[in-house]
Design a protein around this ligand. Structure first.
Ligand SMILES: [Zn+2]
Length: 299
């Protein structure tokens, strides 16, 4: 177990909530720091906005009619396995996946999907979960969604709205006792400098890089990268992250790009997961290396 390498930090009494769009997003974004905080005693809760009903099967070995027929149930089971591997709790917001709109122009979103639910309605459900779990720290995606899936953009909007409303007794008075989370972060782990560093390291070791094409298309955006405030060292947990990802067997091809870079190389070249502190109601100075910096645990 990686805990033998973990700093002897006790996170008891601290609570972290990650809001994600689909089952598997919790394992592809911030999963190593999630596993680390959980192992150190923090309560970590993932809220998944949709059931991933419209996700395609991205692992050729799982592309079978029996799995496609039961995709919602299969993805629930995958989520349970990932949850247990990460050592966290997880809940659903109960909305329906909007799907990736394919085509030019993009087709309209399907009726009743998460992307079309009024913001207030979705925010109220998340406010209820925030007031129940009472997180000190909340994470979500940036305003671009991390990538432009309509559910990721909506997840960002709903999370920001709920973070603002949860502590206000005038807002959603029927959704529980007000609770104001102290810090709000956006995920920034898919940043270009990281990808470039891993790419360069692969080439330096005479290995084929999975990022060659992607880097050509991805123009440098130094101002965007400068938004990163917080780098959390969590390399000891990259193995746990990989196991959680593999639990989402319909979504993750074990022979695909997720696993194309040797873990040891990742640990050496880029041992952090990266975030942007967007709102803080506690005194904390950036740059920082801990999502809980400045936060006092509950007694
Ligand atoms: Zn997603």
């Amino acid at each position: 177990m990686p805990t033998s390498h973990a700093p002897a930090t006790d996170r008891s009494g601290l609570r972290l909530m990650h809001v994600h769009a689909h089952p598997d997003d919790e394992s592809s974004k911030g999963a190593a720091s999630t596993a680390m905080y959980a192992a150190q005693g923090a309560d970590v809760r993932v809220v998944t906005c949709t059931g991933g009903e419209r996700g395609s099967i991205l692992n050729p070995k799982m592309d079978r009619p029996d799995i496609l027929e039961n995709i919602t149930e299969v993805r629930r089971q995958e989520m349970e396995r990932a949850r247990d591997i990460l050592g966290i709790s997880q809940s659903w917001l109960g909305f329906i996946d909007s799907g990736w709109p394919d085509g030019d122009p993009k087709p309209p979103l399907p009726e009743g999907c998460f992307g079309l639910v009024p913001l207030e309605e979705a925010a109220e459900r998340l406010v209820r979960q925030i007031r129940e779990f009472r997180p000190h720290v909340v994470t979500t995606y940036d305003e671009r969604g991390g990538y432009p899936h309509p559910d990721h953009i909506r997840c960002h909007e709903v999370s920001v709205a709920a973070f603002e409303a949860a502590g206000d007794p005038e807002r959603f008075p029927d959704a529980g006792e007000p609770w104001q989370p102290l810090k709000l972060y956006y995920h920034h782990s898919f940043n270009r400098p990281r990808m470039q560093a891993l790419h360069d390291a692969m080439l330096a070791h005479g290995l084929e890089s999975p990022w060659e094409e992607r880097l050509k298309e991805w123009k440098p955006e130094p101002e965007w990268d400068a938004r990163i405030t917080t780098r959390v060292p969590c390399a000891d947990y990259f193995g746990v992250r990989d196991q959680a990802l593999l639990a989402h067997a319909t979504q993750i091809d074990p022979d695909g790009f997720w696993f194309a870079i040797p873990r040891e190389l990742q640990q050496e070249v880029w041992p952090t997961e990266d975030f942007e502190l967007v709102v803080s109601h506690v005194a904390s100075s950036t740059p920082e290396d801990d999502l809980f910096a400045g936060v006092t645990p509950d007694a």
